[in-house]
Design a protein around this ligand. Sequence first.
Ligand SMILES: [Zn+2]
Length: 98
Amino acid sequence: MSEELKPCPLCGGRAEIWRAHPEGPKRKAWIACVDRCLVLTREYDTTEEAIAAWNRRAPSVTRGQIARAIWENEGGVLDEIHVAEIADAILALLRSTP
Ligand SMILES: [Zn+2]
């Protein structure tokens, strides 16, 4: 594997490759932010697919995942309406970024 993981598209944090069944021949993989927001991609059939999806920054994260990450970090400060608005804004930004 030669491709390097880009930082988390949401928080800029460090990302890691996670794999299911590390010993098996078929290794499903996903990428997780292991820094602040803890978002993750869906599961991909191969590590290469997971890395490509993460690096494209086309959010395979859902609005719900973004909102949850915001809520978990700022839930004591923001109410649900503001969390939803911020999640919408982040998702729109991610979808407009090539
Ligand atoms: Zn992050």
